[in-house]
Design a protein around this ligand. Structure first.
Ligand SMILES: Nc1ncnc2c1ncn2[C@@H]1O[C@H](COP(=O)(O)OP(=O)(O)O)[C@@H](O)[C@H]1O
Ligand SMILES: Cc1ncc(COP(=O)(O)O)c(N)n1
Length: 264
């Protein structure tokens, strides 16, 4: 069984961040380990407060884990500050770890900022070059590129190539567009592949980005490359969205159903 590491923030309501990542790892047959970057008071209705850890506390968790445990794949989510970004980049740059998937979390679905505005530069320059795959949504892609948010798949095609200048692998997620299908673009090996899934009508979309990037990380060690891992991860997420309404967690945007395959 591969060992997967998540470096992310918390969500007591269990839909996003470290809880989503560990459940996804378990559902997809990876052994989950975790490093906490921020303690977030949030529920399905939104974020009430963020207690950010400092870079040295995050680096201490990470070095202590890596001194003992062989990590086959890393998923990075909410980091919060440039201090934490630089600490994570320094440790990962010095250590032997498997492929790194970065979900560049910036703003929660509820609108609360989860990354300091002045930390985007550190993300772009210090951490992204160490990552094998980044998975921005459309607002995150616009922030990373310093451009307007695109509103079409044609615009996404231009942006995925521009993001490919930052690192070799990019999954540009189109969940924020409208339409019958939810289309993402995967750039890997210099080639773009369009990945579409039927759009599921549900308000329970809390943590979709966390779940997708964790699923890619869990599946990558067992896959022949990024494309099969991303395809299988998107299928898993689409199932988790289809079954989300069977859960009844909170009164806002509830979580997706991480264990839908066991119930299907
Ligand atoms: N209603 C939906 N139905 C099916 N897939 C969706 C839906 N909403 C989002 N997705 C998919 O979930 C993943 C995360 O999407 P997105 O909402 O763009 O990112 P984030 O959660 O980071 O904001 C993408 O693969 C996207 O295509
Ligand atoms: C700790 C943490 N990480 C990521 C998200 C983003 O998830 P969403 O966009 O669904 O709010 C979140 N709300 N909390």
């Amino acid at each position: 069984m591969p060992t997967a590491l998540t470096i992310a923030g918390t969500d007591p309501s269990g839909g996003a961040g470290i809880s989503a990542d560990l459940k996804t790892f378990s559902a997809l047959g990876a052994f989950g380990t975790a490093v906490v970057t921020a303690v977030v008071a949030q529920n399905t209705r939104g974020v009430a407060a963020v207690h950010q850890l400092d870079g040295s506390t995050v680096a201490a968790q990470l070095t202590n884990l890596l001194d003992d445990v062989n990590v086959d794949v890393v998923k990075i989510g909410m980091l919060g500050t440039a201090d934490v970004i630089d600490a994570v980049a320094q440790v990962l740059g010095e250590r032997e770890v498997g492929p790194i998937v970065l979900d560049p979390v910036m703003v929660a679905k509820s609108g609360h900022r989860l990354l300091d505005a002045d930390a985007v530069n550190a993300l772009r320059s210090n951490l992204i070059p160490l990552c094998d795959l980044i998975t921005p949504n459309l607002p995150e892609a616009a922030d990373l590129l310093g451009t307007e948010e695109t509103t079409s798949v044609t615009g996404m095609m231009r942006q995925v190539h521009a993001l490919g200048e930052l690192t070799g692998g990019v999954l540009l997620k189109g969940g924020h567009l409208d339409g019958e299908a939810s289309t993402d673009l995967l750039l890997t090996g210099g080639r773009v592949t369009e990945l579409s899934a039927p759009r599921v009508s549900t308000r329970n979309t809390h943590g979709t980005g966390c779940t997708l990037s964790a699923a890619i990380a869990a599946l990558r060690p067992r896959s022949a490359g990024w494309e099969p891992a991303v395809r299988a991860a998107k299928d898993y997420l689409t199932g988790a969205l289809r079954h989300a309404d069977e859960l009844s967690i909170g009164s806002g945007h509830g979580p997706v159903h991480h264990f839908w395959r066991a119930w299907d």
